[in-house]
Each structure stands twice: as structure tokens, then as C-alpha cells.
Design a protein around this ligand. Structure first.
Ligand SMILES: Nc1nc2c(ncn2[C@@H]2O[C@H](COP(=O)(O)OP(=O)(O)OP(=O)(O)O)[C@@H](O)[C@H]2O)c(=O)[nH]1
Ligand SMILES: [Mg+2]
Length: 428
């Protein structure tokens, strides 16, 4: 499997675990909403790319299910942790613990961290953890009034939260998960990934017997199933291409978008070659082949839509320009006619005889008509653009649906097989 950075995001339910995962991936991959009961009931995972590096984000269920009693909540959490390990047997590079600014650091938060330590080991906080403090927007509003920076605020903390900070080596990042400001989004994710990178560089990927058992099971399952070992890798690449395709759809810079589509088409071709070589005519990778073909079709259609719209836009611009030129010509003629003696033969001023013969009202009506025509042309183009974009979104949504189906089946099968076979995990 090619290198990727794997993150496990966990924290008390409602702290913004899913919102933080979405911020890291820069898209709404997981459901995040205000709710009195836990939104994330099942562990889920997604891939993304940051500066060309693949990021695997596992969104843990909010710890301390608000609608369950304590014992059931603990049991649910432990089962979910096993699933998280099965989804990512190579181990996590970092565990991201969420806490929420503006809310007390409660006993529930501490219980959540204690549970994580139970599973991932005592060294978890010291070596593999970054705290993400959500509610960065609330902090900024407060800071505007108090003038206090985040670091100054951290220095003033005491008690359990201070202990947590110290144990984590002060690795904490303030996250505003609601911001629309691309610069803020980029800065906070960069800061987080910088801290994660330090941990990756400084120490080995976190593993323990549970992970080792899971990884061995996964390899065994794949061998026995007769599926090519890189099935998961190929599927992951389909997902990454698909997400880039979706992201590119909102790119305002057309030239950049076209260049991205070219790069994606290249990636698709590579993937297609890898898939057919792994399949070697057996048909075992037919689902992946179909997805890759679909991706390719989407990219091709996307590119031809852009060039069609470009051609139409240029034609519209030409018509509008021509219209504007004519209109200007008419105005000039009118001005000249007023300046010069109206009886001067129009040809002497290079003018338009018919135009000069018009009354002011007629000329005004003609101007209005020119304006209406220009607007109609523009509106027609806008409608066409909207139709093309809607068609594009429909096509991408269809591709995404197929991808989710295959990914869902693959995850369910792999996780259940790993859980069935890994006795060490059953005893956690
Ligand atoms: N103001 C503000 N609200 C946030 C921020 N991050 C998350 N929230 C809100 O907090 C609420 C819970 O967020 P989720 O992402 O669903 O939290 P969760 O931890 O995944 O919750 P469960 O899945 O229910 O356990 C939502 O209403 C979010 O909009 C933030 O940075 N600022
Ligand atoms: Mg959630």
C-alpha cells in the first residue's frame, strides 16, 4: 500500500468530531449538526489529499453516546474502536482529540480520553495526540473584546485541562469549523498537519497487537478471497479522483480547471492500466474497472462541456460586441447630426442615412431594443451554463453513488471478516 497519513478523530460527542474531519478533508464528507443525541453512530472513514499527500480520516463515534447509559456507551465505543482498527490496520499516525472552546472540560471529556488511552495505550497522549479545540470562531469573537491571544488563553488554564495540555506536549490547534474563509481553513489544517508530521517524523506509526492481528488477518482474507491484494488501494484512488473531480467543479478559474481535468484524466489512465494488470483477465476487478470507466467518461464530458461553453460564450460576446458597436455608431451619428447641419449629406460623415432620418423617439426605441437583445443573449448563455452545470453535477452524483455502494460493500465485508478472525481483538 502506498504511503498515507492516517488520523483517528475522537472526542466527547458533540465536540465537533465530524466537523473537524470535514475541515481536514475540506469537504462535507461526514454529517455534522447540532443535535441533542449523537449524530455519528457508526464509525466512518474517508480519504482526501493535502498538498499531494493522501490523508485517511477515520471519524470515530462521539464518545459518551448521549442517548445511552454509561455501560452501553462504553461497550459501543469499544466495538467501534475495533472497527476503526479493522478499517485501518496499518495503525494511526495520530489521534486527534477534540475539545470545544466555550464549554467546560467535563468529566465526560476526561472519560472519553481515558477510554482512548485504554485502547491505544498509556503513551497515547504523550506521543501520538494532537488536540483540536473547536469553536475557533467563538474564541475569535471573545478575543476581539479581550485582546487575549489563544496562547495567552492557554497559559491561563489550570486543572485537568492544563494537565491534558502538558501530557500532549502542548500540541493544540484552534479550529473554526464554520469558517468560509479559505485562508483560515488552509492555515488551521496546515498547522494541524505540521504537528502530525512532527509525530510521523519522530516516531514509528502507532501499532500494538490489535493492529498487528488486524493487518495479518486482512492479508490472509485477501489471499483466501482470491482478490488482488491492491483492491483497497485501487478503490481508494477512484475515491480520490472522484473527490478532485467534484472539487474542480467549483473552480472559478477555467484554465486551471481544464489543466486539473487533464491531470485527472492522466491519473485515470494510470489507474486503468493498474486495474487491468491486477485483474489480468479474471474479471475479479470488474467493479473497479466500471468505476474507472465512469470516472473517465465524467472527466471527458466535463472537458467537452467546458470547451462547448467557451465556444458559445465567445460567439455570444462577439454578437454582443457587434451590437454594442452598432449602437455606438448610431449614437455618434446622432451627435454629429446635432453638431453639423442636419442637411449635410449623411455619406459626408460616413453616417447612416436611415438613422439620421429617424426621430429621437425612434432612435431611443432602437437603443432599448439593442439593450434588450444583448440582455437576452446573455440570459440565454447563463441558462445554458446552468443547464450544463446541473447535468455535470448529476453525472458526478451518479458516479459518487456507485462509488459509495462499492466502498460500503467492501468496508462491511472487510471489517466483518477481520473482526471474525481476530481473536486478540475480540478480547479487547
Ligand atoms: N461555532 C462552532 N460550532 C461548531 C464548530 N465545530 C462544530 N460545531 C458545531 O457543533 C455541533 C456538533 O458538531 P458535530 O461535528 O456534529 O459534532 P460530533 O462530535 O461529530 O457529534 P456526534 O457525531 O453527534 O457525536 C454542530 O452544530 C456543529 O456545527 C466550530 O468550530 N464552531
Ligand atoms: Mg459526528
Amino acid at each position: 500500500m502506498s504511503r498515507q497519513i492516517s488520523l483517528f478523530v475522537a472526542g466527547r460527542t458533540g465536540n465537533g468530531n465530524s466537523a473537524t474531519c470535514n475541515s481536514i478533508l475540506n469537504r462535507r464528507a461526514f454529517r455534522s449538526a447540532a443535535s441533542a443525541t449523537s449524530m455519528t453512530r457508526k464509525i466512518c472513514h474517508e480519504y482526501g489529499q493535502i498538498n499531494g499527500e493522501t490523508i485517511h480520516v477515520v471519524n470515530g463515534p462521539g464518545i459518551g453516546y448521549s442517548s445511552l447509559d454509561r455501560t452501553s456507551a462504553d461497550a459501543v465505543f469499544l466495538t467501534e474502536i475495533k472497527i476503526a482498527v479493522a478499517l485501518n490496520p496499518s495503525g494511526f499516525d495520530a489521534v486527534i482529540i477534540t475539545v470545544k472552546f466555550g464549554e467546560r472540560f467535563t468529566q465526560e471529556d476526561q472519560d472519553a480520553i481515558a477510554m482512548l488511552k485504554n485502547v491505544f495505550g498509556k503513551e497515547l497522549l504523550k506521543k501520538h495526540c494532537v488536540i483540536v479545540m473547536t469553536g475557533g470562531d467563538i474564541f475569535e469573537r471573545e478575543s476581539d473584546e479581550t485582546g487575549r491571544t489563544f496562547r495567552e488563553w492557554l497559559d491561563q488554564q489550570h486543572g485537568r485541562f492544563k494537565e491534558l495540555l502538558e501530557e500532549c506536549g502542548h500540541r493544540i490547534v484552534l479550529f473554526d469549523n464554520l469558517t468560509e474563509d479559505e485562508e483560515v481553513k488552509d492555515r488551521q489544517v496546515k498547522e494541524l498537519m505540521g504537528l502530525v508530521q512532527d509525530m510521523v517524523d519522530n516516531g514509528p506509526v502507532y501499532t500494538n497487537e490489535m493492529f498487528e492481528a488486524a493487518i495479518a488477518s486482512r492479508d490472509r482474507i485477501l489471499e483466501e478471497s482470491d482478490l488482488p491484494l491492491n483492491f483497497g488501494d485501487l478503490l481508494r484512488e477512484v475515491g480520490l479522483i472522484l473527490h478532485s473531480l467534484k472539487l474542480g467543479g467549483s473552480n472559478e478559474d477555467e484554465d486551471q480547471h481544464v489543466a486539473e481535468l487533464g491531470a485527472l484524466s492522466g491519473r485515470c489512465q494510470d489507474l486503468s492500466v493498474r486495474t487491468s494488470s491486477a485483474d489480468s483477465g479474471t474479471g475479479k476487478l470488474q467493479t473497479i474497472t466500471l468505476l474507472v470507466d465512469f470516472c473517465q467518461r465524467c472527466i471527458r464530458n466535463n472537458a467537452s462541456r467546458i470547451s462547448r461553453l467557451r465556444r458559445e460564450r465567445e460567439a455570444c460576446d462577439r454578437t454582443v460586441e457587434e451590437s454594442a458597436r452598432r449602437h455606438q455608431h448610431e449614437v455618434i451619428n446622432e451627435d454629429r447630426a446635432r453638431e453639423l447641419d442636419i442637411d449635410v449629406h449623411p455619406e459626408c460623415m460616413g453616417g447612416d442615412e436611415q438613422m439620421l432620418a429617424m426621430t429621437r423617439d425612434e432612435r431611443d426605441a432602437r437603443s432599448a431594443e439593442t439593450f434588450t437583445r444583448k440582455e437576452a443573449i446573455r440570459e440565454w448563455f447563463r441558462q445554458m451554463e446552468r443547464r450544463e452545470r446541473a447535468e455535470q453535477s448529476r453525472e458526478t452524483a451518479q458516479l459518487e453513488k456507485h462509488y459509495w455502494e462499492v466502498k460500503g460493500q467492501w468496508d462491511t465485508w472487510m471489517v466483518s471478516e477481520i473482526l471474525k478472525r481476530t481473536s486478540q481483538m475480540a478480547s479487547v
